[in-house]
Ligand binder design. Structure first.
Ligand code: FE2
Length: 427
């Protein structure tokens, strides 16, 4: 007897009336003609069953701290970094853990079951590192939390000096942080940015770790650190294990240069993460009009065969006042900013917060095929485009075949003459 059988589901690839069978936490069969007895039987009623959402880029140490110790008045990246610097001495491990745990509750409720979070390693005490390692341990039964050692103040620029910052970063990795981070465009000079990339990629190669750098988060078309990141990836044999996050300067770059750059990124098998909500908010702040959108060139990257994921980046922190762990909101904004309005492009936006993000994180056994973990979300929508349009309700969220969260279907009762009694925004 099966543990769980979901029938009459629509899958993201368009297959309808599908059954998904689960045994011992794994998917054992996906088929259109499956009848078997199961301990738990669910009729999906034609709704979309998809693998869980994955956030490829987040800052869980800063989340839910909005207004502490003050609000970012200018709304810029740089004032956000300054506000975070003011908050750091006041942080306590307990408060960090509590805020992160609350965020993970929100994530589960939204079907977001894997998150890559950067964690600031510039604090000598590694307070945030220890807090997020504790959170990672606590949430491991229900969320895969991957941590990136992130030198927020710059590896070579930070006040404690390069040696100390590198030591902090190595100590964070020793304690169990998974991925090597960086912020080359924030170093003092372009040369120092390139040097930081070399040092950090060498460290990752030495330790067999993945790399995910904040890279070229700038409107400056001359911010070209991604070419160094691709070069070091190739030189050190890290292909497929390196992510360039943000890459917003690509928005402002000369088209000729981008035509040279794209094949280099593809050759290095670089993953790219755009953060639509944050990029549209933070970039272009020095522009009058026209104001640049400041998101990287998502359709062109995809057309070059490069894996592109979307990240939430921030929720209620010094950089962004809004958010609720809803990756469909991220996909919705990404679709608008990148003008990805065709049916296939909108589906690509859905992939950017699910399968593409899972690929960037290197998640194993992710998906809706036999042998994959029985992790999935039943949405109140019939296909990925409708899911983005409605930022659809997560009716049920499963991990390893166990129900983690449930939201009742949303229906609005109408009190109108000669009109239906209710609507749920579907035609
Ligand atoms: Fe970030």
């Amino acid at each position: 007897m099966l543990d769980l059988l979901i029938q009459n589901a629509t899958l993201p690839d368009g297959r309808e009336r599908m059954a998904v069978a689960v045994q011992e936490g794994k998917i054992v069969e996906v088929s259109s003609s499956l009848t078997a007895s199961a301990h738990q039987l669910i009729d999906a009623q034609g709704m979309l069953l998809c693998p869980p959402f994955v956030d490829a880029h987040f800052h869980m140490d800063a989340t839910l701290s909005y207004g502490l110790p003050r609000v970012n008045q200018s709304g810029t990246l740089l004032e956000g970094i300054a506000v975070w610097g003011e908050l750091k001495p006041e942080l306590t491990q307990q408060a960090l853990v509590e805020r992160a745990m609350t965020y993970c509750d929100w994530a589960v409720a939204k079907g977001l079951l894997a998150i890559r979070s950067h964690v600031d390693v510039c604090d000598e005490r590694l307070l945030a590192v220890d807090a997020l390692l504790e959170v990672k341990r606590r949430v491991s039964p229900y969320v895969d939390l991957q941590l990136v050692a992130f030198p927020q103040d710059g590896l070579l620029r930070g006040a404690q000096g390069p040696q100390q910052h590198m030591n902090n970063l190595k100590r964070a990795l020793d304690r169990g942080v998974d991925v090597v981070g960086g912020i080359p465009h924030f170093e003092r000079t372009a040369e120092q940015g390139a040097a930081s990339i070399r040092l950090l990629c060498e460290l990752a190669a030495e330790r067999g770790l993945r790399v995910d750098m904040h890279c070229d988060e700038s409107d400056d078309p001359q911010s070209r650190h991604v070419e160094t990141l691709a070069y070091e990836t190739q030189r050190l044999g890290l292909q497929g294990r390196v992510t360039g996050s943000h890459l917003t300067s690509m928005h402002s770059m000369d088209n000729y240069y981008v035509s040279k750059l794209l094949p280099l990124l593809a050759e290095a098998q670089l993953h790219v993460v755009a953060n639509p909500l944050i990029n549209i908010t933070l970039q272009g702040r020095q522009d009058s009009y026209p104001k640049r959108r400041g998101m990287t060139r998502v359709p062109e990257l995809l057309a070059s065969g490069i894996n592109v994921a979307f990240g939430h980046d921030c929720v209620m922190d010094p950089w962004y006042a809004l958010g609720s762990a809803d990756m469909l909101e991220v996909a919705h904004m990404g679709m608008h900013v990148a003008q990805m309005t065709s049916q296939s492009a909108m589906r690509e936006c859905f992939a950017a917060v699910s399968v593409n993000a899972a690929k960037a994180l290197g998640l194993q056994a992710y998906g809706l095929s036999p042998g994959c973990f029985a992790d999935f979300v039943l949405l109140q929508a019939r296909d990925p485009v409708e899911a983005i349009r409605l930022r659809a309700n997560r009716l049920m969220v499963f991990r390893r075949g166990k129900l983690l969260a449930q939201t009742p279907a949303t229906t609005c009762q109408l009190h109108l003459a000669n009109r239906p009694e209710q609507t749920c925004w579907m035609v």
